[in-house]
Write a protein that binds this ligand. Structure first.
Ligand code: MG
Length: 243
């Protein structure tokens, strides 16, 4: 009882002190957040974003070997040209906010992993799966919104094939020690068509098709890579903000 009374006295005196303090004491004025003019809609690039695809050309992209990117550009979208391989950004990125829109073919062909498969490899290593997951069952950690072979999406927010879909991604790069050991794992938040599907989730390591993902040291910044999985998946309105 004595203990409770003394605890209560402490609380009351703390509250009394708080009331004598000016409210300004807990205001933070510096630094002032810089001004960024947002896009007209949430899909438009904000003022400080790097536009990675402007709907017209592949100027920001190249093939894996550094040659010109060979994917098709038409009607404001870029589309996988089967067999030409991945494309990667000329610039490299670490922590970032990414907006990207994608569309699986309206004409449904194949099933499971064979239907509208592509992928967005953050830092060229961590695949955010792109797949037509509308009424197309496959393994949960391989469907749209998954971190491939690692993290299933929280829900399936897929639109119908042929419809444009959005990913808004917040990515935290892994950090490596000087001896190349891992200091902190990569983390990712993904919003698919406005629905949260990855919530600051920890990425195990670089995406592997076979076996468990492992962490291999890479640069502090690496290119963004889009996958050629043989399906004519399209992308548009791609922009990125370095964090
Ligand atoms: Mg894929």
């Amino acid at each position: 009882m004595k203990k409770i009374v003394s605890s209560l006295m402490l609380l009351i005196s703390a509250a009394a002190i708080a009331q004598t303090q000016p409210p300004q004491l807990t205001e933070v004025w510096q630094p002032e957040p810089r001004i960024v003019t947002p896009g007209k809609t949430a899909a438009d690039a904000p003022e400080d974003a790097i536009v990675l695809f402007n709907g017209k050309d592949l100027a920001e992209w190249q093939s894996a070997d550094g040659q010109a990117a060979k994917w098709k550009v038409a009607d404001g979208a870029l589309t996988v040209a089967k067999g030409t391989g991945v494309i990667k950004t000329k610039k490299a990125f670490g922590d970032c906010q990414l907006h990207i829109e994608w569309r699986s073919p309206a004409e449904v062909k194949g099933d499971g992993q064979g239907r509208g498969n592509s992928g967005i490899f953050l830092m060229g290593a961590y695949e955010l799966q792109v797949l037509d997951s509308y009424k197309n069952r496959t393994y949960s950690n391989g469907q749209a919104g998954s971190i491939y072979k690692q993290l299933p999406p929280l829900v399936n927010a897929s639109r119908k094939p042929g419809e444009w879909q959005t990913y808004d991604v917040i990515f935290t790069a892994p950090v490596f020690n000087k001896d190349s050991s891992l200091k902190s794992q990569a983390r990712i938040t993904v919003i698919h068509n406005g629905v949260l599907v990855q919530n600051n989730a920890t990425i195990w390591g670089a995406t592997q098709y076979i076996g468990i993902a492992t962490n291999q040291q890479h640069g502090e910044k690496e290119p963004l890579v889009l996958q050629d999985h043989g399906n004519p998946v399209s992308f548009r309105n791609i922009w990125i903000r370095e964090l």
